[in-house]
Ligand binder design. Structure first.
Ligand code: HEC
Ligand code: HEC
Ligand code: HEC
Ligand code: HEC
Ligand code: HEC
Length: 200
């Protein structure tokens, strides 16, 4: 498995942090205060260590859950994948971005606390996390995220990656290492099929 080299992230912007901290401070509204009907804020399920073994996708050095961060707390994808709309590479957040919240947020149960401790420890020891990549293309192929986001819209992530907001652990929904997958959408959307557009 290919390991990632962490690039410096953006300085944690205040909005998401303030939003999440407000949710934490105010707590969950009582049942009576909650609106009836399907709630759009899905509470991520509690997972015991024994539940996680069967999850799809590579096991990461820290059990970082998208269903908690992007699902339950609705932190926007671009808060962490900061360059997805402006550069070929979406960007992977630095520990500094994580610590924008985790200097304060310590975790509400023992599983979460243990994983968040790893985040704090890595930050204190200045050891970047070596996340294992889930999607990666052969070196001869070029995939520009920003051009796709501009054409398909900022919420197009799910078109290619599936509903990450419900994933405790990210896995590959589409086989991105298959030229036919790229080409069929390019045909449908009348986009170039010129070999040199995708191949170096
Ligand atoms: C905007 C605020 C925010 C940011 C940024 C953030 N987190 Fe969290 N994180 C939370 C909240 C809120 C929880 C839920 C805490 C609880 O209730 O236990 C959480 C939970 C966790 C947990 C325990 C649950 C789980 O996901 O397994 C881990 C581990 C974690 N965060 C790691 C990270 C890492 C790594 C980063 C950076 C890549 C990060 N967090 C960035 C707010 C944030
Ligand atoms: C709080 C920060 C944070 C937020 C918010 C976040 N991500 Fe992530 N994302 C990460 C981190 C850290 C990794 C690397 C670890 C992993 O794969 O779980 C990652 C990995 C991924 C991957 C796998 C990349 C690979 O290796 O191929 C995808 C796909 C992804 N995120 C999509 C999304 C989408 C879509 C959203 C919004 C719905 C989102 N992320 C929101 C931090 C975040
Ligand atoms: C048209 C399909 C498509 C869309 C839309 C898309 N991605 Fe990707 N994504 C890919 C492919 C293909 C890769 C592998 C790229 C590579 O290896 O160069 C990837 C890789 C990633 C990675 C890992 C990159 C790394 O450097 O580790 C992250 C994170 C990610 N995508 C997040 C997102 C987010 C967030 C969105 C929405 C804002 C999004 N993607 C929209 C196809 C897509
Ligand atoms: C869901 C649809 C979809 C999928 C899947 C998809 N693309 Fe695209 N792609 C687009 C659209 C739409 C554009 C046009 C963007 C524009 O008009 O600038 C585009 C543009 C591109 C461009 C820029 C072309 C140019 O004119 O410069 C490249 C390169 C590219 N895609 C590569 C890929 C690769 C490689 C894959 C597979 C790993 C892929 N795409 C998968 C929809 C898709
Ligand atoms: C829309 C993007 C796109 C276009 C256009 C495209 N390819 Fe590909 N090609 C890919 C992707 C993605 C892969 C798979 C890379 C991987 O394995 O990660 C691939 C793989 C390949 C491979 C290696 C196959 C293998 O089994 O390893 C060859 C050879 C190839 N392409 C030739 C071409 C030729 C010739 C053209 C023009 C007729 C072309 N490609 C047009 C995206 C594209």
């Amino acid at each position: 498995m290919m390991k990632r080299i962490q690039r410096p992230g953006l300085i944690a912007g205040g909005a998401a942090v303030a939003g999440v901290l407000a949710v934490l401070t105010l707590g969950t509204p009582s049942r009576a205060q909650q609106k009836a009907g399907p709630s759009d804020s899905t509470k991520a399920s509690v997972l015991a260590a024994s539940d996680t073994a069967g999850l799809k996708g590579p096991r990461q050095p820290i059990f970082f859950r998208h269903d908690i961060h992007a699902g339950q707390y609705k932190i926007e994808c671009q808060y962490c994948h900061y360059s997805v709309a402006v550069a070929p590479e979406p960007g992977i957040p630095s520990l500094q971005t994580c610590m924008g919240c985790h200097a304060v947020v310590g975790g509400s149960d023992s599983t979460n606390r243990a994983e968040i401790l790893k985040v704090r420890k890595a930050f204190t020891e200045n050891k970047p996390v070596e996340w294992t990549r889930v999607h990666f293309l052969a070196r001869h192929v070029h995939f520009p995220h920003s051009q796709h986001i501009k054409a398909l819209g900022p919420s197009a992530c799910a078109t290619c990656h599936g509903d990450v907001t419900r994933m405790p652990q990210v896995f590959k929904v589409n086989n991105v290492n298959n030229m036919g997958w790229c080409i069929s959408c390019h045909i449908e959307r009348k986009v170039t099929r010129d070999c040199t557009a995708c191949h170096y």
